[in-house]
Design a protein around this ligand. Sequence first.
Ligand code: 5GP
Ligand code: MN
Ligand code: MN
Length: 322
Amino acid sequence: MKFSSIISQINESKFILVTGHIMPDGDDISSVTSLAVGLERLGKTVVGSIDYPVPWYYRNFYGVEKLKTYEQAKDLDPDLIIVVDCSTPDRVGRFQNLLNDRKTIVIDHHATNTLFGGLNWVDSSSASTAQMVYILNKTLGVPYDADLATVNYLGIATDTGFFKYSNTDSHVFKIAAELVEFGAKPHFVSSTILENKSPEQMKLYCRMVDHMIVDGQLVYSWLSYDDYRANNCSDDDSTGFVSELRSIKNVEVAILFIEYPEGQVHVSMRSKNWVDVSKIASSLGGGGHARAAGCSFRDAKLHEVLDEVIGLVRDFLQGGNR
Ligand code: 5GP
Ligand code: MN
Ligand code: MN
């Protein structure tokens, strides 16, 4: 059985590198950190590292300060690499170069996962990777305290939109409740992520609203590199903006086009009830979930990407695709 092979391979390994995806979100940071902390508590030598800067609002969480940069981790020689919350090898960033010639385990909840590990535990019915990490840690016998419980709770909270997205099911509440029993602090997590905005972020938000176009069931907007620069913001500061677009009544699909840094365009897609945005994102070289997906373009012009993607999405909506 796959899960038991994963447990055996972890038990046999001494030096483990845990990594996640570029442009890390709360689930990714929570999963990498919780697994790295957990394995360390079992006496393993563990390095947690993500090939991308960690947004400032996650740095208050236990264990996150111990994550290494790619530069600090690239010459290590682990006997096992565990990749979490990552659907395709390119999303691992430069760590993908290390994947070919050693043991790798992939733990993820994206239906679009390409099963690129030696062993793959992919459960698209799981709302977050963080709850899979919790199950793994508990099976391995990792002791939990309030610090580990809180950082593990983070990923469950952020990937369910703080328990309101359609992926919020009884497993989510059950595991969240167990983590709270171990001392996880839901209010600390919510206030650190949701009530910690800078005034500049609110100004950036106004720009998004200014650029917003509502077209039937579709809403979209964009933020150019100049918008970020003018407000002294980075792409970390627009996390969650696209969900606000989706909150408009009668909207089915919300899309935010983000040019950051200059010449690179990230497309963030959300849907409310029936459009599978992961199909649209996958057709553009990206991926994700039915209700939240994305893709990125290099050496691209913001408005050219916007015109192309919006054309595609209109066809998709008119075709009644699900
Ligand atoms: P976001 O819009 O927040 O950047 O991403 C939403 C979801 O889509 C996340 O689950 C994320 O993992 C996935 N996603 C975003 N961008 C990409 C991409 O470029 N490639 C892939 N494979 N998935 C992406
Ligand atoms: Mn993620
Ligand atoms: Mn996730």
